[in-house]
Ligand binder design. Structure first.
Ligand code: 6LW
Length: 518
């Protein structure tokens, strides 16, 4: 049966997967979004339901910078590429908290969690991975670091119970000469060790390369037809394919999850971030892997034999009316949420956001609850009550790439008058494009997105909809805004330099997909 790529749309980069019996688990990078490292479950590799997050406390996920000293983390840092593995009756997730504590590991006997406190590792570089070998040995593999090491993939033996690195750190493969050899995973397949890595950087030159050896430390023989998967310089709606992780299914077939992008316009840009894709993997008689159709993948491909169709209950779209006492798993805050900044209890069935002094331009902990944009064409809207009592207090709805690239529609107070504004922030450019007086208590704020433009409007209690402005998706793309994330639609509140005295109340958040054929 055919399936559609990406299998996880929106900002779900650097996927890693493991199988336990008939159950598959998958994790992604989460940068400075909190909770961190979303974890998904599937039994067919196509229908994925989020079962939680791996990092759900500030102890596990401190998102204040240790290194920059500024105490804040910009959106390009935080949690990079995790790896999930199962061994010795435990699930392990190993990852990197960039700008904070570096490489760390957490474990749990239950993938839904709770996960352990982080075990910090004496290991440099990023993209750490684990192999639980048949002889009981465990290998820690990762990228080189800036400590004058030759660029390549490094490895040592590892104790997963203590986090101790047991042997010297050794370079095991430099790759095929592409830039940024990273995202390594070591596998024991049949009677060989296979090393799968990414090269070329995570943009349009991205590729997957493979090498193998009789020994976990090499020497590694490079696959004669590397890169085994890339879309560089080919005409495809999917680009930047790379950062793959292999999994063998219960029926003995092989599959790979990996990241890719769906660029728009020309010159190409992508604003949904790097998404999670799936492809079949076949093996040649000589024992080399063939990813997809000779290294290329499509938006529609043949699924595993045990995939029997899409589950309707997993579609995370439609209305969230905040009836539950917990926020849904698809919601994130930006960095650790300020104490008391949001509540689902103060006014049942409403989400209450109380702004701090931090705003959307800051790299600190602002009051923000958002979800990934997962479709190029979609319509999001919220109904909000907000009565600012001081000039500068603000609450609204934002299309947010990072602190230097966001558009928002917001209710505020300006010289004693309640107003509604549309503002664009693009790098060092910042402008309130329009500001109208607002004479109603509640208002519906909307963003309509297509592949080119975000259009903002508000609807008054009398049903009158007012278009207030628009912004190009291009300026919120990774190519312009930088970084490794994708656009989030976020509800936010801020006092713009001092805490808000009044909360903003959100009655519902609607996410409607407008063109499911995209
Ligand atoms: C990830 C690394 C990468 O750790 O970007 O470009 C980092 N490739 O593999 C964040 O996604």
């Amino acid at each position: 049966m055919k399936f559609e790529n990406p299998i996880l749309s929106g900002c779900y980069p650097d996927p890693s997967i493991c199988r336990v019996g008939d159950d598959y688990y998958l994790v992604n990078s989460s940068f400075t979004y909190y909770p961190g490292i979303p974890i998904f479950h599937s039994q067919d590799l196509i229908n994925w339901s989020q079962i939680g997050h791996v990092l759900t406390s500030e102890r596990q996920l401190p998102l204040s910078s240790k290194k920059s000293g500024s105490g804040t983390l910009n959106s390009f840092t935080g949690i990079y590429a995790p790896t999930i593995r199962y061994g010795n009756g435990r699930f392990y997730v190993i990852s990197t908290n960039v700008e904070h504590s570096g490489n760390f590991m957490v474990w749990s006997e239950n993938p839904e969690g709770p996960w352990s406190d982080p075990i910090y590792l004496d290991w440099s570089g990023i993209d750490p991975s684990l192999l639980f070998d048949r002889d009981g040995k465990v290998y820690l593999t990762g990228t080189g670091s800036n400590n004058d090491e030759v660029s390549g993939i490094y490895q040592a033996e590892f104790n997963p119970d203590t986090g101790a690195v047991l042997t010297e750190r050794r370079m095991i493969w430099e790759g095929t000469g592409g830039s940024f050899p990273e995202g390594p995973h070591l596998y024991r397949i049949h009677d060989r060790y296979y090393l799968v890595i990414a090269e070329g950087g995570t943009e349009f030159g991205h590729m997957v390369t493979v090498a193998r050896s009789e020994n976990p430390y090499g020497p590694f023989e490079s696959c004669p037809y590397n890169p085994v998967m890339t879309h560089r310089s080919i005409k495809s709606p999917i680009q930047a394919t790379g950062h793959a992780d292999l999994v063998e299914t219960q029926d003995g077939s092989w599959w790979a999850v990996f990241l890719g992008i769906r660029p728009q316009g020309y010159p190409f840009y992508h604003h949904l971030g790097r998404e999670t894709y799936l492809t079949h993997v076949r093996w040649t008689e000589e024992g080399w892997p063939i990813f997809g159709d000779n290294g290329q993948v499509s938006l529609e491909m043949e699924g595993p034999t045990f995939f029997e169709g899409y589950r309707e209950d997993l579609l995370r779209f439609g209305r969230d009316d905040f009836e539950s006492s917990q926020l849904g798993l698809h919601w994130n805050s930006l960095r650790n949420p300020p104490q008391g900044s949001f509540s689902l209890e103060h006014k049942p069935s409403w989400l209450e956001l109380t702004g701090t002094d931090k705003g959307l331009d800051d790299s600190g902990n602002l009051t923000f609850v958002g979800r990934r944009q997962q479709d190029l064409e979609c319509h999001v809207s919220v109904r909000m009550d907000f009565e600012p009592v001081k000039d500068g207090e603000e609450a609204g709805l934002t299309a947010y790439m990072n602190e230097k690239a966001h558009y928002e529609i917001a209710v505020t107070r300006n010289r004693g008058t309640k107003t509604i504004l549309f503002r664009r922030r693009i790098g060092s450019l910042w402008k309130v494009e329009r500001e109208d007086t607002l004479n109603t208590d509640s208002v519906v704020l909307s963003i309509r997105a297509n592949a080119i433009t975000y259009s903002f409007s508000y609807t008054l209690d009398n049903g009158e909809e007012v278009a207030i402005g628009s912004g190009e998706c291009f300026y919120l793309s990774s190519e312009v805004a930088g970084g490794f994330t994708g656009v989030y639609f976020g509800m936010y509140a801020t006092g713009n330099g001092e805490p808000c005295q009044t909360p903003a109340l959100y009655d519902y958040f609607d996410y409607l997909r407008l063109n499911t054929n995209e």
